[in-house]
Structure formats: C-alpha cells, structure tokens
Design a protein around this ligand. Structure first.
Ligand code: C2O
Ligand code: CU
Length: 430
C-alpha cells in the first residue's frame, strides 16, 4: 500500500527513512534530549467507544476519550508526548498538524517512522515555538483512524498570556455523519462572563469543510491555522473552515448576558450567555484574501529560489495494481508524482491549479505558506498564512513559503480518502 494512507510499515523500531538508500535519514532530525516542560502519555485504543454524549460508535480513543486530551503548552516550552498503542492492529502514529516540528517527530508512518505496533510506544518531542491553535492525529491508515476519533487539540498560548481573554476550544468532528463539538452532540455551553472577550478556537477535524458563523454578536477572525490575522475587524459574515484548518474567533460577549452562538455547520454550536435560538447562516462569506490589514512579509516572494507548478486533476489509472478514477498531480498518479526538491533557506513559490472537479484541502507538513493571490488576483488583506489551503475546483492559488525546516515532508489533500487515491506529494530537502 501507499505509505501511511494505505498503511505504512508497523515496526518494532523507529527507523523511518533510515532504510532508504541515498537519502537523508529523517530519524536523525529529532529534538535533542533534555527535560520536558509538558509531558503527556497518550494511550491509543480501538473498539467500541462511548462519546461524551453517551452515543456508542466504532472508533478509537486516546486515554479513553475522543477527542483525546487537549495538549496545552506555553510558547517556548518543550513538549514531550509518549504514544502507547494498546491494541490497534494496523499501528498508530501522531502527526502534529500545522505545527512545525522537527522532521523526525512529524509522525508520518512509512516516511518519518514506522507505525507503533500494539504494545509499542514512540516518544515525540518538540519545542513549542509558535503560539496558536493546532491539532494532532494519527497518520497511519489515516482516513479510518482520524474519522474514528484518533485526534485531539494542541493549543500553545503566548508567553504573556491572552490578556484576560477567555479561551475556549471547539473541536468539531462528524462521528458517523453526525456533527459534534468536543465529542458532544448539539449545543455546548461554554464559560464566559457577560462583558468579557473570548477566543473560540475552532478546529475542523473532518474530511470536508465546515461553515462557521456567530449569532448574537459580531466576531473578529483573530487567527487562521495558528497564525494571527493583522488588523481583524468585526464581521458577521460566515466563515469557511476547510478540512484540517483552524480559525480563532474573538467575540466581545454582550454586557447584558444575551445569548451568543458560534454555529458549527448549523448542526452544533458553542453557546455563551442566556439560551438563544439557532441563527440562520448569513449570506455574506468572509474572504481571507481581503480581510484584515496588509503587513510586511518576513521574506520577499518576488525573489523566489524555486517555483513549482502544481496542477490537480483526475484520470483513470492504476494505483497499487487496482484500476480506478484517481487524483493526479501534473497528470501523474502517486508515487509517480514530482518530488518538490528544495534547499534550506530557499524562498519557494507554488502555483496550485485545481482542475479536478472537486475541492481539495491541501495540507503541507512542517511549513506555513502565505497565499499571495487567488485566480491571479493579489491579496489585499492581512497576510493569509495557511497550512491547510481550501483549494476549490476551478481556481488557482499562488502561495509562497521559506524552506526553513529540513527533512522530508508530505503535501497532500486532507480529505483523507483522497491521498489514498493518489493526491499526495512530498517536499524534500536536498
Ligand atoms: Cu493532518 Cu498529513 O495531515
Ligand atoms: Cu482531495
């Protein structure tokens, strides 16, 4: 099978790429030993699981719950997570989605490590360099494992705190087609005193996008994919949060205690204040390309060292000897796809052209890219940094990033049925 999505090797060791001739061993790119500030053990288990709502589904838990425990760190801390596989026969890993960890800790079965076999364990370590909202999930036969619940939130707060702003995480997930927030069905009441400001961290763990809007108060889109938006202004538009993406919403709760509802797809909500009726989806949709105020980039995208053209298509072919209609990159099926080769320090530009007939939430591991233009129209708002890009059918995206994290990195669609059908590539440092 294809590494990871069809199932990577389940190993007794942590060899990862060590066995690949002529390539850098990602296994060597690890956080050096030392005492950890945040030290967590997560035990993965498969079988019948009971959601916080009481509903029983076939799936996976971490320490007995799904979502797994939220991992919280303060910027600058060293995080250590020991993953133990109790009984998942296919093996498990943990990938730190959106977090720029060292390559050897990226958790991609068959690429950066072997999957942890039942009875085995693996220790992940990384420095919490970036504040913001992220998540973790298994990256071994990832579609069933993530859909089945093997994930949790990763939140890193700034060293100087949030200045009295309330802090609420809203992990949304469809378990067998039903929308939940933090594992609960329906509405979830969150703490937040009238007249205070709260930050709601929406994490979309699904294969598809979720529409988010707020009833009862305007909101500011404070961060996208863990990166602060510059100059966010109050809006009441709906927000599209693509698969794998995160959005931090800042809301000033009404002083009179009137109800505020953060609607997640219209099927589930995080609520504040007095109970209030669900609000219909607003007509307007926020466009991150135009939202917020412009700010200087930390590099010059015009002076790109590498340019990659990335056309997403679809055609008949064979994958693992099986015929079917598969996703392609520049006309090729995985593994016959281009390897994006970079050198450390390169400014990289990618032109992504989706002509495949479907939406693809493209996720690049280990890096954050800034969206420069959509359909050739340059961005006019805040720098729009993403690790999960909503690449819509019939549209083009120009993105840029700095190759500042050596290793071998996946770049794939986060509709997790798609990479198993060909839609994945790799970024490799030479
Ligand atoms: Cu969240 Cu390679 O995935
Ligand atoms: Cu896709």
């Amino acid at each position: 099978g294809t590494p990871d999505f069809g199932g990577g090797p389940v190993g007794p060791d942590h060899a990862g790429m060590a066995g690949m001739a002529g390539t850098t061993s990602v296994d060597r790119l690890r956080e050096p030993p030392g005492p950890a500030d945040v030290d967590v053990t997560l035990v993965a288990r498969g079988g019948r699981v009971t959601l916080p709502s009481g509903r029983v589904v076939d799936g996976f838990t971490l320490n007995g719950t799904t979502p797994g425990p939220e991992i919280r760190a303060v910027q600058g801390q060293l995080v250590q997570v020991r993953l133990v596989n109790e009984n998942v026969a296919e093996g498990v890993t943990l990938h730190w989605h959106g977090y720029d960890v060292p390559a050897g800790d990226d958790g991609v079965a068959g690429v950066t490590q072997d999957a942890v076999r039942p009875g085995g364990s693996f220790v992940y370590r990384f420095r919490a360099g970036q504040a913001g909202t992220y998540w973790y999930h298994s990256h071994q036969v990832a579609d069933p494992q993530v859909q089945g619940g093997l994930f949790g939130a990763l939140v890193v707060t700034p060293t100087d705190g949030l200045g009295g702003t309330g802090d609420v995480t809203a992990v949304t997930h469809l378990y067998q087609g039903r929308r939940t927030v933090n594992g609960l069905d329906g509405d979830v009441a969150a703490p937040g005193a009238p007249g205070t400001r709260v930050r709601v961290r929406v994490v979309n763990t699904d294969n598809g996008p979720v529409q988010v809007w707020v009833g009862g108060a305007p909101y500011r889109l404070a961060a996208i994919d863990g990166t602060d938006v510059t100059g966010p202004t109050p809006t009441s538009d709906a927000l599209n949060v693509t698969a794998g993406a995160r959005a931090d919403l800042e809301i000033d709760l009404p002083a009179d205690g009137a109800g505020v509802r953060v609607e997640l797809g219209g099927a589930s909500a995080v609520t504040f204040g007095r109970p209030a009726a669900p609000t219909p989806r607003p007509r307007g949709e926020l466009d991150p390309l135009r939202y917020g105020s412009p700010a200087a980039l930390p590099f010059d995208p015009a002076a790109a060292d590498r340019r990659f053209d990335y056309v997403i298509g679809r055609r008949l072919g064979f994958l693992d000897g099986t015929p079917g209609l598969f996703w392609t990159i520049n006309g090729h099926l995985w593994p016959d796809v281009p390897m994006f080769v970079v050198r450390e320090g390169d400014v990289v530009r990618m032109h992504i052209d989706n002509r495949s007939g479907q939406l693809h939430p493209m996720h690049l591991h280990g890096h954050h890219a800034v969206v420069l233009a959509r359909d050739g129209v340059p961005a006019t708002g805040s720098p729009w940094w993403v690790d999960s890009l909503d690449a819509q059918d019939g549209h083009t995206y120009d993105v840029a990033f700095v190759a500042d994290n050596p290793g071998l990195w996946m770049d794939h669609c986060h509709n997790l049925t798609h990479p198993a059908e060909g839609l994945m590539a790799h970024l490799m440092y030479e």
